[in-house]
Design a protein around this ligand. Structure first.
Ligand SMILES: NC(=O)C1=CN([C@@H]2O[C@H](COP(=O)(O)OP(=O)(O)OC[C@H]3O[C@@H](n4cnc5c(N)ncnc54)[C@H](OP(=O)(O)O)[C@@H]3O)[C@@H](O)[C@H]2O)C=CC1
Ligand SMILES: O=CC(=O)O
Length: 319
């Protein structure tokens, strides 16, 4: 009898077929309905392995998964997982760092450029048939070249965003991080500063710090009110790193000029969120790593981690 593998993610067909040769696969693209959630719970009672994302692995779910040996997350962020409880149970948790760094940094830069040039507003103006005269000063954006880019969380993705800014746009890089990053200081001419200095000096701020008890609600009105008159704030990390209601109020009352957001406190963004109707915000639906190549590489890595653990070998990317 084959072992049960539960997958909650879209997989490309070749990989799914390959896994089906080894496992009894129970596959959900997402847990979109009560029926899916009930079937998922039932399958987890048999599962030895899980591959997926957007499933909160808490103590209750772990208790309902007595045979589980490996959780292979198709994400680098592991804020959805009770890591201590998983490790206490002797379950191996893996994630997908590195393979998504460049695609996610591209998304960060996409938001920096879209907000700098007010691309959503301009696009809406054209599509609404309001492009009657050449845009004037009221519609102008701001340059990136030569400006100061502030990175909150100077890890793999933060450094990849900084590198785009430094080498592509001649930006000065400052960053806040719990440890020093001497390599980035050298190659990017970057300077480590505290959060207050970062929010005061940066023209563009990009958040790439993981969500953890230390970073939950890290950014709110206190820091946003330090920003320059035309400062731009981008979050590609996790919505809960920012106090979203305070962000909304700062955007509304002019404390903050503009924001680009790939992540939100609640996802999908609720239809009644004020962010839906604000001109000075660009919203993306959490697509940091969503390219064919990158998502393929993430799924391959998650599958390799799973097979390694079940074969008694070390996973490639343990958490
Ligand atoms: N929008 C999207 O689709 C995506 C979002 N993400 C998000 O990006 C995050 C970062 O990914 P990645 O760059 O690969 O992760 P890394 O671990 O490489 O980088 C995280 C950085 O944040 C720093 N850090 C962690 N905690 C703190 C803290 N309390 N105070 C200051 N600095 C801190 C770390 O410092 P140190 O080096 O000292 O440990 C590290 O430099 C993920 O956790 C995920 O939430 C990732 C992929 C896609
Ligand atoms: O948000 C995505 C991730 O990989 O983490």
């Amino acid at each position: 009898m084959k072992d049960t593998l539960v997958i909650v993610h879209e997989l490309y067909p070749e990989l799914l077929d390959k896994l089906k040769q080894t496992f009894d696969v129970v596959h959900f693209v997402r847990l979109g309905s009560d029926e899916d959630r009930a079937a998922f719970k039932e399958a987890m009672t048999r599962a030895v392995a899980f591959i997926g994302s957007n499933v909160a692995f808490d103590k209750a779910l772990l208790e309902q998964s007595p045979n589980l040996k490996v959780i292979a997350s198709v994400s680098v962020g592991v804020d959805n997982y009770d890591v201590a409880a998983i490790h206490d149970r002797g379950i191996v948790l893996t994630n997908t760092p590195d393979v998504l760094t460049e695609a996610t940094a591209d998304t960060g830069f996409l938001l920096l450029m879209m907000t700098a040039r007010r691309a959503s507003e301009m696009n809406r103006m054209v599509l609404d048939g309001r492009w009657n005269v050449s845009p004037g000063r009221d519609q102008f954006g701001v340059d990136l070249k030569g400006k100061t880019l502030g990175i909150v969380g100077m890890g793999r993705i933060g450094q990849a965003v900084a590198s785009r800014g430094h080498f592509g746009f001649g930006m000065k890089v400052i960053y806040q991080n719990r440890s020093a990053k001497p390599e980035a200081d050298k190659t990017l001419g970057a300077r480590q500063v505290d959060l207050e200095t970062l929010f005061t000096e940066a023209d563009f701020i990009c958040v790439t710090v993981p969500l953890s008890p230390e970073t939950e609600g890290l950014i709110g009105r206190d820091l946003l009110s330090l920003t320059k008159p035309k400062a731009i704030f981008v979050n590609i990390a996790r919505g809960k790193v920012v106090r979203e209601q305070e962000l909304i109020e700062c955007l509304r009352d002019g404390t903050l000029y503009y924001a680009g957001l790939d992540v939100f406190e609640k996802e999908p963004l609720p239809k009644d969120s004020p962010l839906m109707t604000m001109d000075n915000v660009v919203c993306l639906p959490h697509i940091g790593s969503a390219t064919h190549e990158t998502r393929g590489a993430m799924c391959d890595l998650a599958a390799e981690n799973t097979l390694n653990v079940l074969d008694g070998k070390a996973p490639v990317t343990p958490v």
